[in-house]
Ligand binder design. Structure first.
Ligand code: ZN
Length: 479
C-alpha cells in the first residue's frame, strides 16, 4: 500500500491532451496520425523565418469546452507565451504555450467511488493551450536520427492537477474520470496508444502530518493508466527508502520502463524557460456571449448521467458504471431502454450480448451493425411472446450478420415461439420415448427429473417451445 507507514504520498498529475481538430494550432496543416513523415508541414510549423502563427478557432473552442467541463474558471483574456528550450524536434527553439495567464484555472474532478475507495475531489490548478513538438525517430535509419515534424504544432491542452492525490488508486480514478469527461464533451480521441493523452506524474513523500511538500520528482510520458499507478508506487517506495536512510531526494525527471523508474536529465526550473509573451500572437480574448454559448451547448457530463440513470432506471451502481463508460454506450442503452420500454432488460442486453460482441470484434459501439431501435424491436418480440429468449439470442446473432429486421429473421429461420398444444405434446411424447428410464422415474415421483425433461423438450424444439407451457404439460405427467 502506498500510503502505509509513516510517510504520505503526494501526487500531482499533468495531462497533455491532443485536441480533435482537423488542422494544427497555428497553421492550416492537417493533424493526421500515421501520415508519411513531414507530409503535413508548412513554413509556420517548420519555423521558417518570417512565417507567422494564427490561432485555430476550433482548437480554442475545444479547449474552452474542456475547461468548462472540468469546472474551471475561464479567463476572458489569456496570453500565449514562448517557452524557450532547445529540442531537436522543436524547430523554432521555443514552444508556444501559456504561462502566467492561462486559459482557465481552479477546476476539479470528483472521482467515482469503487470498492473500498471513497470518492475524493481532486483540484485542477489550470488548463492551458500549447502546441506539440515534432518527433525524433531513432530506429529508422542506422546510425542517424530523423525528425518528423507532422506532429509539430498539433493543438494540446495541458491539464494540471493540484497535489491532492494521496494514492496510486486515486491517480488512476482521477485519470479515468478525466478521460471520460473529455470523451463526453468530444474534445479529444483520448487514445493513449496514439499519444493523444499523455501523463506526467509529480511524486513526493512527506512525514504523515507534515504540511509542507517534500522534494518532488517527475515521471514523464506514462502511456497507460495502470503504468501510472505502478510507476507512482515504485517511485514512492524509492523516495521513502531514501528518506528513511536520511538521504536527500534529488529533484529530477524520471522515466518509467514498465518495471523501474530511472533518471533522465535534471529538472529545469521554470525560470530556465525564460517565458515571455508571444510577440507574434495577440492576447486570446473570449467574449462572454461566446463562452455562454459553449457552456449552454455542453453535453451532459458523466457524473450527471450516472445520477440520472440511477434515478430514472433504478439500476445498480455497477450497471450504471458500465452503461456510462462511454458516451456512445450510454446513448445506445438509453435509446434501447426507451424503444423497448424495459430499462433493466435493455441493460442486461447491452452489458451482456452487445458488449460481448464488441469485445470479440474489437469494434466501437458506433459501428455496431445492430441499431438500438432494431434491438428494441427484438426485445418487444420477446416481451409480447412472439419469440422465446433462447430464440431471441439466435435472432440477434443473425441481425449482426444480415442487418435484417428481427421479425423477418424469426419468420425465415422458423424461430417463432411454439405454444400450440399439439406440437408441444408431440415433442414431449418424443422425449418420453427417448428417455424411458427418466420418464418412468419421474412418473414414479422423482420430481427433480422434471427439469431434465423440460430441458430435453426445449432442446428438441430448438428453443422455440413456450417454456411456461412445456413446464405445465410436463408437470401434469408427474401427478
Ligand atoms: Zn503547418
Amino acid at each position: 500500500m502506498s500510503t502505509a507507514g509513516d510517510w504520505e504520498l503526494v501526487v500531482g498529475l499533468e495531462v497533455h491532451v491532443q485536441l480533435k481538430t482537423r488542422t494544427k494550432l497555428f497553421c492550416g496543416c492537417l493533424v493526421q496520425f500515421g501520415a508519411q513523415p513531414n507530409a503535413n508541414t508548412c513554413p509556420v510549423c517548420l519555423a521558417l523565418p518570417g512565417a507567422l502563427p494564427v490561432a485555430n478557432a476550433h482548437a480554442v473552442e475545444l479547449a474552452t469546452r474542456a475547461s468548462l467541463a472540468l469546472g474551471c474558471t475561464l479567463h476572458p483574456m489569456s496570453i500565449f507565451a514562448r517557452k524557450n528550450y532547445f529540442y531537436p524536434d522543436s524547430p523554432k527553439g521555443y514552444q508556444i504555450s501559456q504561462f502566467d495567464q492561462p486559459l482557465a484555472t481552479d477546476g476539479f474532478i470528483d472521482t467515482v467511488p469503487r470498492g473500498d475507495f471513497p470518492p475524493v475531489r481532486i483540484g485542477i490548478t489550470r488548463v492551458h493551450m500549447e502546441e506539440d513538438a515534432g518527433k525524433s525517430i531513432h530506429d529508422r535509419f542506422p546510425g542517424v536520427s530523423a525528425i518528423d515534424l507532422n506532429r509539430s504544432g498539433t493543438p494540446l491542452v495541458e491539464i494540471v492537477s493540484e497535489p491532492d492525490i494521496r494514492s496510486a488508486e486515486q491517480a488512476g480514478s482521477y485519470l479515468r474520470e478525466l478521460k471520460l469527461i473529455l470523451e463526453y464533451v468530444d474534445v479529444s480521441d483520448v487514445s493513449m496508444e496514439e499519444g493523444s493523452l499523455r501523463v506526467d506524474a509529480n511524486v513526493s513523500a512527506r512525514r504523515r502530518g507534515a504540511t509542507t511538500l517534500g522534494t518532488k520528482t517527475e515521471i514523464k510520458n506514462l502511456n497507460s493508466f495502470s503504468g501510472v499507478e505502478r510507476a507512482i508506487d515504485v517511485e514512492f517506495a524509492r523516495h521513502v527508502s531514501l528518506l528513511e536512510a536520511g538521504e536527500p531526494i534529488v529533484q529530477q525527471t524520471m522515466l518509467w520502463d514498465g518495471v523501474n523508474v530511472r533518471p533522465t536529465r535534471s529538472k529545469e526550473g521554470s525560470h530556465d524557460y525564460r517565458y515571455f509573451p508571444e510577440p507574434d500572437l495577440p492576447p486570446l480574448v473570449l467574449e462572454q456571449a461566446w463562452i455562454d454559448r459553449i457552456r449552454d451547448g455542453l453535453t451532459e457530463l458523466p457524473a450527471a448521467r450516472r445520477r440520472r440513470f440511477t434515478a430514472a432506471f433504478g439500476l445498480s451502481a455497477y450497471d450504471v458504471d458500465v452503461l456510462t463508460s462511454s458516451p456512445r454506450i450510454a446513448e445506445y442503452f438509453e435509446t434501447l431502454a426507451s424503444a423497448s420500454g424495459e430499462p433493466k432488460t435493455a441493460a442486461n442486453w447491452v452489458m451482456g450480448d452487445v458488449l460481448a460482441q464488441l469485445k470479440q470484434t474489437g469494434q466501437d459501439i458506433a459501428d455496431f451493425p445492430v441499431a438500438a431501435a432494431a434491438l428494441g424491436d427484438l426485445l418487444r418480440l420477446v416481451r409480447d411472446g412472439t419469440v422465446t429468449l433462447t430464440s431471441a439470442k439466435r435472432v440477434f446473432a443473425q441481425m449482426i450478420v444480415s442487418g435484417d429486421a428481427p421479425l423477418d429473421i424469426a419468420n425465415r429461420e422458423g424461430l417463432i415461439k411454439v405454444d400450440d398444444d399439439s406440437q408441444l405434446s408431440a415433442w414431449i411424447k418424443e422425449v418420453l420415448a427417448e428417455m424411458p428410464d427418466e420418464a418412468a422415474r419421474f412418473r414414479g415421483g422423482e420430481k427433480r427429473l422434471q427439469g431434465v425433461l423440460i430441458g430435453a423438450v426445449m432442446k428438441k424444439s430448438k428453443g422455440r417451445a413456450d417454456p411456461k407451457m412445456v413446464s405445465q404439460l410436463v408437470a401434469r405427467l408427474g401427478t
